[in-house]
Design a protein around this ligand. Structure first.
Ligand SMILES: C[S@@+](CC[C@H](N)C(=O)[O-])C[C@H]1O[C@@H](n2cnc3c(N)ncnc32)[C@H](O)[C@@H]1O
Length: 266
Protein backbone atom coordinates (compact mmCIF):
# COMPACT_ATOMS: atom_id res chain seq x y z
CA UNK A 1 0.00 0.00 0.00
CA UNK A 2 2.87 2.35 0.93
CA UNK A 3 4.48 1.62 -2.46
CA UNK A 4 1.24 2.29 -4.28
CA UNK A 5 0.93 5.67 -2.57
CA UNK A 6 4.45 6.74 -3.51
CA UNK A 7 4.05 5.57 -7.13
CA UNK A 8 0.81 7.51 -7.42
CA UNK A 9 2.37 10.60 -5.84
CA UNK A 10 5.41 10.43 -8.14
CA UNK A 11 3.27 9.96 -11.22
CA UNK A 12 1.04 12.82 -10.24
CA UNK A 13 3.87 15.28 -9.70
CA UNK A 14 5.48 14.39 -13.05
CA UNK A 15 2.10 14.81 -14.69
CA UNK A 16 1.55 18.18 -13.04
CA UNK A 17 5.02 19.30 -14.14
CA UNK A 18 4.23 18.31 -17.74
CA UNK A 19 0.93 20.11 -17.63
CA UNK A 20 2.51 23.23 -16.13
CA UNK A 21 5.15 23.38 -18.84
CA UNK A 22 2.56 22.65 -21.56
CA UNK A 23 0.55 25.56 -20.20
CA UNK A 24 3.58 27.89 -20.10
CA UNK A 25 4.33 27.01 -23.73
CA UNK A 26 0.77 27.65 -24.84
CA UNK A 27 0.73 30.93 -22.98
CA UNK A 28 4.09 32.05 -24.44
CA UNK A 29 2.68 31.35 -27.91
CA UNK A 30 -0.54 33.16 -27.02
CA UNK A 31 -2.32 30.01 -28.10
CA UNK A 32 -4.84 30.27 -25.27
CA UNK A 33 -6.43 33.57 -26.21
CA UNK A 34 -5.45 33.29 -29.87
CA UNK A 35 -2.89 35.33 -31.75
CA UNK A 36 -4.33 38.05 -33.99
CA UNK A 37 -3.40 38.07 -37.66
CA UNK A 38 -0.17 39.82 -38.42
CA UNK A 39 0.03 43.12 -40.10
CA UNK A 40 3.60 44.27 -40.69
CA UNK A 41 4.90 44.77 -44.21
CA UNK A 42 7.48 42.03 -43.77
CA UNK A 43 4.84 39.63 -42.56
CA UNK A 44 2.60 40.37 -45.51
CA UNK A 45 5.57 39.81 -47.82
CA UNK A 46 6.45 36.59 -46.04
CA UNK A 47 2.90 35.34 -46.38
CA UNK A 48 3.16 35.76 -50.13
CA UNK A 49 6.38 33.79 -50.39
CA UNK A 50 6.24 30.10 -50.93
CA UNK A 51 8.81 28.90 -48.43
CA UNK A 52 9.59 25.20 -48.18
CA UNK A 53 8.55 25.16 -44.52
CA UNK A 54 5.09 26.48 -45.29
CA UNK A 55 3.64 23.01 -45.11
CA UNK A 56 5.12 22.38 -41.67
CA UNK A 57 3.57 23.39 -38.39
CA UNK A 58 5.87 26.43 -38.34
CA UNK A 59 4.84 28.81 -41.10
CA UNK A 60 5.46 32.44 -42.00
CA UNK A 61 2.28 33.40 -40.22
CA UNK A 62 4.29 32.77 -37.04
CA UNK A 63 6.58 35.69 -37.88
CA UNK A 64 6.57 38.43 -35.29
CA UNK A 65 3.40 37.77 -33.41
CA UNK A 66 1.42 40.74 -32.18
CA UNK A 67 1.10 39.61 -28.58
CA UNK A 68 2.85 36.29 -28.03
CA UNK A 69 6.00 36.40 -25.91
CA UNK A 70 8.05 34.48 -28.45
CA UNK A 71 8.18 34.26 -32.23
CA UNK A 72 9.91 30.86 -32.40
CA UNK A 73 6.77 28.78 -32.80
CA UNK A 74 5.51 25.63 -31.09
CA UNK A 75 8.03 23.13 -32.45
CA UNK A 76 11.15 25.04 -31.50
CA UNK A 77 9.69 25.98 -28.14
CA UNK A 78 8.87 22.44 -27.09
CA UNK A 79 12.17 21.19 -28.53
CA UNK A 80 13.97 23.71 -26.34
CA UNK A 81 12.11 22.43 -23.32
CA UNK A 82 13.16 18.84 -24.10
CA UNK A 83 16.81 19.84 -24.50
CA UNK A 84 16.86 21.74 -21.21
CA UNK A 85 15.22 18.76 -19.54
CA UNK A 86 17.82 16.47 -21.13
CA UNK A 87 20.65 18.56 -19.66
CA UNK A 88 19.07 18.18 -16.23
CA UNK A 89 18.46 14.46 -16.61
CA UNK A 90 22.02 13.88 -17.85
CA UNK A 91 23.64 16.20 -15.32
CA UNK A 92 25.26 18.41 -17.98
CA UNK A 93 26.76 21.25 -15.97
CA UNK A 94 26.23 24.93 -16.63
CA UNK A 95 23.78 27.74 -17.11
CA UNK A 96 21.55 28.58 -20.09
CA UNK A 97 21.67 31.54 -22.41
CA UNK A 98 19.73 32.98 -25.29
CA UNK A 99 21.44 35.61 -27.44
CA UNK A 100 18.57 37.56 -28.94
CA UNK A 101 15.56 37.34 -26.63
CA UNK A 102 13.04 39.81 -28.12
CA UNK A 103 10.04 39.59 -25.70
CA UNK A 104 11.83 36.94 -23.66
CA UNK A 105 9.62 33.89 -24.32
CA UNK A 106 12.35 31.29 -24.90
CA UNK A 107 14.22 32.44 -21.78
CA UNK A 108 10.99 32.40 -19.79
CA UNK A 109 10.47 28.80 -20.86
CA UNK A 110 14.00 27.83 -19.80
CA UNK A 111 13.44 29.46 -16.40
CA UNK A 112 10.11 27.65 -16.13
CA UNK A 113 11.81 24.30 -16.79
CA UNK A 114 14.26 24.98 -13.96
CA UNK A 115 11.35 25.92 -11.69
CA UNK A 116 9.35 22.85 -12.65
CA UNK A 117 12.29 20.60 -11.82
CA UNK A 118 13.14 22.41 -8.59
CA UNK A 119 16.57 23.51 -9.87
CA UNK A 120 17.83 26.47 -7.85
CA UNK A 121 21.52 26.47 -8.74
CA UNK A 122 21.42 27.27 -12.45
CA UNK A 123 20.74 30.57 -14.17
CA UNK A 124 19.21 31.75 -17.42
CA UNK A 125 21.05 34.58 -19.19
CA UNK A 126 19.03 36.87 -21.45
CA UNK A 127 21.42 38.73 -23.79
CA UNK A 128 20.07 41.48 -26.03
CA UNK A 129 20.54 45.10 -26.95
CA UNK A 130 16.91 45.49 -25.81
CA UNK A 131 16.81 48.04 -28.61
CA UNK A 132 16.67 45.90 -31.74
CA UNK A 133 19.31 44.71 -34.18
CA UNK A 134 22.45 46.67 -35.02
CA UNK A 135 23.17 48.18 -38.41
CA UNK A 136 25.32 45.88 -40.48
CA UNK A 137 29.07 46.35 -40.29
CA UNK A 138 29.44 45.50 -43.96
CA UNK A 139 33.17 46.11 -44.03
CA UNK A 140 33.93 43.49 -41.42
CA UNK A 141 30.98 41.23 -42.17
CA UNK A 142 30.04 41.43 -45.86
CA UNK A 143 27.44 38.69 -45.38
CA UNK A 144 25.34 41.24 -43.45
CA UNK A 145 25.53 43.98 -46.04
CA UNK A 146 21.92 43.59 -47.16
CA UNK A 147 20.51 43.14 -43.69
CA UNK A 148 17.79 45.67 -42.92
CA UNK A 149 16.36 44.22 -39.72
CA UNK A 150 17.76 47.17 -37.74
CA UNK A 151 14.99 49.28 -39.26
CA UNK A 152 12.12 47.34 -37.71
CA UNK A 153 10.76 48.82 -34.48
CA UNK A 154 8.88 45.56 -33.93
CA UNK A 155 12.20 43.93 -33.05
CA UNK A 156 13.17 46.47 -30.37
CA UNK A 157 11.80 45.32 -27.02
CA UNK A 158 13.00 47.06 -23.87
CA UNK A 159 14.51 45.29 -20.89
CA UNK A 160 11.66 46.66 -18.77
CA UNK A 161 9.10 44.95 -21.01
CA UNK A 162 10.98 41.65 -20.91
CA UNK A 163 11.21 41.90 -17.11
CA UNK A 164 7.45 42.49 -16.98
CA UNK A 165 6.93 39.39 -19.11
CA UNK A 166 9.01 37.26 -16.73
CA UNK A 167 7.07 38.75 -13.81
CA UNK A 168 3.77 37.85 -15.44
CA UNK A 169 4.77 34.18 -15.19
CA UNK A 170 6.10 34.61 -11.63
CA UNK A 171 9.58 33.78 -12.92
CA UNK A 172 11.60 36.94 -12.41
CA UNK A 173 14.23 36.28 -9.75
CA UNK A 174 17.97 36.04 -9.19
CA UNK A 175 18.17 33.01 -11.47
CA UNK A 176 17.55 35.32 -14.43
CA UNK A 177 20.45 37.49 -15.58
CA UNK A 178 19.96 40.34 -18.04
CA UNK A 179 22.93 41.12 -20.24
CA UNK A 180 22.14 44.39 -21.97
CA UNK A 181 24.12 45.71 -24.93
CA UNK A 182 25.46 44.62 -28.27
CA UNK A 183 26.81 41.09 -28.27
CA UNK A 184 30.22 42.26 -29.37
CA UNK A 185 30.47 44.23 -26.09
CA UNK A 186 28.62 41.98 -23.64
CA UNK A 187 29.40 38.40 -24.66
CA UNK A 188 33.19 38.62 -24.17
CA UNK A 189 32.42 38.98 -20.43
CA UNK A 190 31.06 35.42 -20.53
CA UNK A 191 34.05 33.80 -22.21
CA UNK A 192 34.71 30.48 -20.49
CA UNK A 193 31.43 30.62 -18.50
CA UNK A 194 29.95 27.10 -18.33
CA UNK A 195 26.72 26.63 -20.24
CA UNK A 196 24.61 23.50 -20.58
CA UNK A 197 22.84 25.03 -23.57
CA UNK A 198 23.27 28.10 -25.73
CA UNK A 199 20.45 29.31 -27.93
CA UNK A 200 21.45 31.73 -30.69
CA UNK A 201 18.73 33.92 -32.15
CA UNK A 202 20.44 37.13 -33.28
CA UNK A 203 19.63 36.57 -36.97
CA UNK A 204 22.68 38.28 -38.43
CA UNK A 205 26.11 36.95 -39.41
CA UNK A 206 27.84 39.22 -36.89
CA UNK A 207 25.42 38.37 -34.09
CA UNK A 208 25.75 34.64 -34.69
CA UNK A 209 29.52 34.74 -34.98
CA UNK A 210 29.94 36.90 -31.85
CA UNK A 211 27.87 34.39 -29.90
CA UNK A 212 29.76 31.34 -31.12
CA UNK A 213 33.15 32.99 -30.69
CA UNK A 214 32.47 33.96 -27.10
CA UNK A 215 30.24 31.16 -25.85
CA UNK A 216 31.10 27.95 -27.68
CA UNK A 217 34.13 27.04 -25.61
CA UNK A 218 32.05 27.35 -22.46
CA UNK A 219 29.45 24.81 -23.59
CA UNK A 220 29.94 21.75 -21.41
CA UNK A 221 30.69 18.43 -23.07
CA UNK A 222 27.31 16.89 -23.86
CA UNK A 223 25.71 20.34 -23.86
CA UNK A 224 23.62 21.75 -26.68
CA UNK A 225 23.86 24.47 -29.29
CA UNK A 226 20.63 25.69 -30.85
CA UNK A 227 20.61 28.02 -33.85
CA UNK A 228 17.23 29.57 -34.49
CA UNK A 229 17.63 30.89 -38.02
CA UNK A 230 20.01 28.44 -39.70
CA UNK A 231 17.36 27.18 -42.13
CA UNK A 232 16.12 30.56 -43.34
CA UNK A 233 18.91 33.10 -43.05
CA UNK A 234 21.93 32.43 -45.25
CA UNK A 235 24.05 34.92 -43.30
CA UNK A 236 23.36 33.11 -40.04
CA UNK A 237 24.13 29.73 -41.65
CA UNK A 238 27.35 31.11 -43.11
CA UNK A 239 28.48 32.38 -39.70
CA UNK A 240 27.91 28.91 -38.24
CA UNK A 241 29.97 27.23 -40.95
CA UNK A 242 32.71 29.85 -40.97
CA UNK A 243 33.07 29.32 -37.23
CA UNK A 244 33.00 25.52 -37.41
CA UNK A 245 35.35 25.38 -40.40
CA UNK A 246 37.85 27.68 -38.70
CA UNK A 247 37.85 25.29 -35.74
CA UNK A 248 37.90 22.15 -37.87
CA UNK A 249 34.62 21.05 -36.30
CA UNK A 250 31.89 19.10 -38.09
CA UNK A 251 29.10 18.38 -35.61
CA UNK A 252 26.00 16.56 -36.75
CA UNK A 253 23.60 19.47 -37.28
CA UNK A 254 20.03 18.29 -36.80
CA UNK A 255 16.87 20.09 -37.96
CA UNK A 256 14.10 21.05 -35.54
CA UNK A 257 11.66 22.55 -38.01
CA UNK A 258 12.32 24.61 -41.15
CA UNK A 259 14.44 27.37 -39.59
CA UNK A 260 15.83 25.90 -36.38
CA UNK A 261 18.70 23.43 -35.92
CA UNK A 262 20.67 22.03 -33.00
CA UNK A 263 23.68 19.91 -32.22
CA UNK A 264 25.25 18.31 -29.21
CA UNK A 265 28.79 19.18 -28.30
CA UNK A 266 31.04 16.13 -27.97
C1 LIG B 1 14.50 37.36 -33.83
S1 LIG B 1 14.61 38.27 -32.37
C2 LIG B 1 14.71 37.00 -31.13
C3 LIG B 1 13.46 36.17 -30.95
C4 LIG B 1 13.34 35.49 -29.60
N1 LIG B 1 14.39 34.55 -29.38
C5 LIG B 1 12.01 34.84 -29.37
O1 LIG B 1 11.96 33.86 -28.61
O2 LIG B 1 11.01 35.29 -29.90
C6 LIG B 1 16.25 38.87 -32.46
C7 LIG B 1 16.72 39.61 -31.22
O3 LIG B 1 18.14 39.68 -31.28
C8 LIG B 1 18.60 40.94 -30.82
N2 LIG B 1 19.92 41.15 -31.44
C9 LIG B 1 20.31 40.75 -32.67
N3 LIG B 1 21.60 41.03 -32.88
C10 LIG B 1 22.07 41.60 -31.74
C11 LIG B 1 23.35 42.06 -31.33
N4 LIG B 1 24.40 42.00 -32.15
N5 LIG B 1 23.48 42.55 -30.08
C12 LIG B 1 22.41 42.61 -29.24
N6 LIG B 1 21.16 42.17 -29.58
C13 LIG B 1 20.99 41.67 -30.81
C14 LIG B 1 17.49 41.90 -31.22
O4 LIG B 1 17.47 43.04 -30.38
C15 LIG B 1 16.24 41.04 -31.09
O5 LIG B 1 15.65 41.19 -29.81
Amino acid sequence: MGDMTSITAATTSADVRERYLDMVERSLLNAIHGEPRLESALQRAAMRLRHPWQTRSWAPKDFWPVKAHTMIGAERLSHLRRLVEATLADGIPGDYIETGVWRGGACILMRAVLAAHGVANRRVFAADSFAGLPRPDAERYPADRRDRLFGFDELAVSEAEVRRNFEAYGLLDEQVVFLKGLFKDTLPTLKGHAFALIRLDGDMYESTLDALTNLYDGVSPGGYVVIDDYGILGSCRKAVHDFLDARGLAPSIEPIDGPGVWWRKD
